[in-house]
Every structure is written in structure tokens, then in C-alpha cells.
Design a protein around this ligand. Sequence first.
Ligand code: LMR
Length: 339
Amino acid sequence: MFRKSICTSFLFRKSFLRTTPQNFKHNVAIIGASGGIGQPLSLLLKLNPNIGELRLHDLKDIPGVAADLSHIETAVSVSHADGRDYGSTLKGADIIVVPAGMPRKPGMKREDLFNTNAQVVYDVAKGMAEHSPDAILIIITNPINAVVPIACEVLKDAGKLNPRKIFGCSTLDSVRTNTFVAGIIGADPKTVNIPVIGGHSGITIIPLISRSTPPACIEGEQLSKLITRVQDAGTEVVKAKAGKGSATLSMAYAASRLTFSMLRALDGEANIVESAYVLSDVVPEVKYFATPLVLGKCGIEKNLGLGKLSDAEQKMVCEALEPLKKEIAKGEKFVQDQK
Ligand code: LMR
């Protein structure tokens, strides 16, 4: 009797294991998978049953990361490639996530990474134009405000730009705002939701505390301190790491959140909203701006725009325009200069 029930449950388990892989249908490529963000991000994605194959790419150390990940008992398969040829990684990818590039050191602004990281995003966008123009692209590489325009320009020049599918990952700004506000109002961070608009650097990061769910009554000096902390949160981590890089774990979490939301939207789940830095016309003065977006099967289903802003938030939007314009122009000029 006992032996029989073990057998039955074994057979049940076997048939369960045989059928579940049918749900694993999205291929996700990670460019920069062996780096500080790439490794924890790969780990988080390896745990997602909606991913069929994780394609890991980096210039070095990638076979070890792939072997290590491949031992984890989930049905997500792992492949890897290195070198400057992105073809085998990108072909057939549904989502491409790019954490590749150099991180900041203390004293640096995100903009100081432009000279090193612009080329990385340029090369990935070229590869995408050639091998996977229909994929969703999620860029984590800094400076996001300037490199997202690089990707869009490269794809546009190749006649392959679909603005609904190109995302600058500013999710960490929302994650941090939710966490800090939860600390102030004494709530579980998971229950707090605050959109962050603008860009992903200094004063271009605009947390909309007036739109907090649940409402957060934070005013005066406490509000300005909170906003400054959100805007300087990346620098807070860079300083704390004292020369060993910038946020990796929280950034991996944030990028996985955006990727998971995208996967759910690709599968047809409705009302998935995430803020991200995208090509947009919601603020006529700048071509790119982060706003809350409804995600769908084809990427951005609807840009929810700025929504209702307090006077102070409206002022922050105005102050963000000049730095954003400069960074966008820098990205566009980089692509022009390659011609
Ligand atoms: C962050 O916000 O932590 C990242 O953009 C990394 C950085 O350099 O701040």
C-alpha cells in the first residue's frame, strides 16, 4: 500500500514535469551577464517559469557563470556566448536585457560613464537591428538618459525602430522610492506604489510622492530630504561600496521586476503598469521621458503620460528638461559621429 502510493505520486510528478515546460516560452538574452548586475539578474531570471531559455553573453567569464546557473533545478535552459558577435545570443530572443558596461566609482556622475558605455549600447543595438529587431530591449547600462537615444538612433537608421519596444530601466528609482516612503509611513514596502518620472540621473529623477498609494502625507523639509535621497540613492550606494562599483543587487531586482512585468504582459495579462525611460512625446521639449506605461503584447500599449502633478512636481519637471536635452543630444551625436 505504502509502496503503491509512492509509485503513484512519482508517476504524477513525472507527468507534471513533462507538461509544465509547455509554458516556458520566452527567450531572454542578457548582455553583460557575468558582471555585478548580470550575475544576480541571471539568477533571478533563472527562477522565472515563463522563461524558456536564458542566453547569457559577456566578453569574459561567461562559461563559468553559465555552468553555475545551469545546475539550478528549474526548467529554464541556459546557453552562453562571448566575443563581439551577438548573433547567437540575440537571434530568437524575445527580450534583451543589457546590464553591460562600466559602473561608477566614487566622485563620478553617471554621465562620466558615457565615453566607455556608449559604444557597448551602440554595438548591442547594431546586433539587435541585424538579428532580433522585433525583440523588447531593456537597457540598464548608464548613463541611461543618453544611451537609450543611442539604441533608438541605431535602430532608426537601420529602419528597425519600434519605439514601443525600447525601455530604459528606471525601475530602481520606483523601488527605492517605495522603500524609503514605506519606512517613513510605517508600511510594508510591497504595498507602496509611487511612480517616478523624468530620467535616471540626479534632478531628472522625479518621484511623484503626491501620487503615492497608499497616500503619504510627507511635506516640507521631510519631503525635500526624501526627494534628495531618492535622487542621490545611486551615489549613496557608490559611496558605501567605496570603489567596488555601484548598485548591483537592488538594480538586478529592479531589472527583474521590469522583465517579469514584461513577460506577464507578453502573455496577455492586462493592466501591467511600470514606469520606464522611453521615446515619447508626452513632454514636447524632450524626445525621451520616463512615465508610467501600460505594457502589452507588443511592448508599450499605452503611455499614461505625466498625470496630475503638484506644483512642486511640475517645477521639478521643468528643471529636468535642460539636463535631459543635453544628455539626449549627446547620445544622438554619438551615433551621428559613427557615420
Ligand atoms: C543606480 O541608480 O544605482 C545605478 O544607476 C548605478 C549608479 O551609478 O548610480
